[in-house]
Design a protein around this ligand. Structure first.
Ligand SMILES: Nc1ncnc2c1ncn2[C@@H]1O[C@H](COP(=O)(O)OP(=O)(O)O)[C@@H](O)[C@H]1O
Ligand SMILES: [Mg+2]
Length: 214
């Protein structure tokens, strides 16, 4: 076989692995579709427009402790399940359901997003309890993120009260909130306006909490 053919074959494997044909999606948001690898349970493929992936790729690549480790970036195609409005070149265009679109893919470390979602839910319950319905964990996160390096005044007294009550009455939730808040401080050093919500976190196999979407 010629070298060129070998290259083609390698590329073909990539394309096949990253192309979401008859594969169950692991998750998706507004900008990306994420699929498990067929061959490696530790790996996922995140597909999105070149523009969408440009936005975070370098950030992920240079911060493997905060984001999933990225292994490889490439080009593939995917069939759209529904109409989608995307930014292309100079403006927004509507792509039709069923059309096959070129996308970029990134092969990356698979995180346990379920565990992070469960913990977020437990923190919601505990914080609603402690604040008698004033705040859930999302409110806490918003205040915490504003507080970090901003002139805006969050309710610091309530934030401290929540931490104290978690520490004395909810020891495992106390451990969880410290993991989230420590990570959010790291994320904010990299991006001042991150997208901090329940579905954007996951644990790696060593038990480190990471951010899977910025
Ligand atoms: N590295 C990953 N490991 C496991 N699941 C992931 C990973 N990245 C994304 N996901 C899943 O896919 C969903 C959508 O991915 P996300 O990066 O949040 O895309 P979007 O930018 O469109 O919101 C996530 O909420 C999560 O459930
Ligand atoms: Mg997301």
């Amino acid at each position: 076989m010629k070298f060129e053919d070998i290259l083609k074959e390698v590329n073909h494997v990539d394309l096949d692995e990253a192309t979401p044909v008859e594969k169950d999606e692991l998750g998706s948001g507004a900008d990306h579709h994420v699929y498990p690898s067929k061959h490696n349970p530790k790996v996922v493929y995140k597909l999105g427009s070149e523009h969408a992936i440009d936005f975070w790729f370098d950030m992920f690549k240079s911060n493997p402790k905060v984001f999933p480790v990225v292994y490889k970036r490439g080009k593939t195609k995917m069939r759209l399940k529904k109409d989608k409005v995307v930014f292309k070149d100079t403006g927004f265009v509507r792509l039709k359901a069923g059309s096959i679109e070129p996308v970029d893919y990134v092969e990356m470390e698979k995180l346990d997003a379920k565990r992070a979602e469960t913990e977020w839910g437990l923190l919601n319950e505990a914080i609603i309890d402690i604040t008698e319905g004033q705040w859930d964990f999302q409110d806490y996160v918003i205040h915490f993120a504003l507080f970090e390096g901003s002139k805006l005044k969050p309710d610091v007294a309530l934030m401290v009260h929540v931490i104290d009550e978690l520490k004395s009455g909810y020891p495992s939730e106390h451990g969880m909130i410290l993991r989230f808040l420590d990570l959010i401080m790291e994320i904010k050093k990299i991006n001042k306006h991150p997208d901090l919500h329940m579905y954007n976190f996951g644990y790696d196999t060593k038990g480190a909490l990471k951010c899977l979407d910025i």
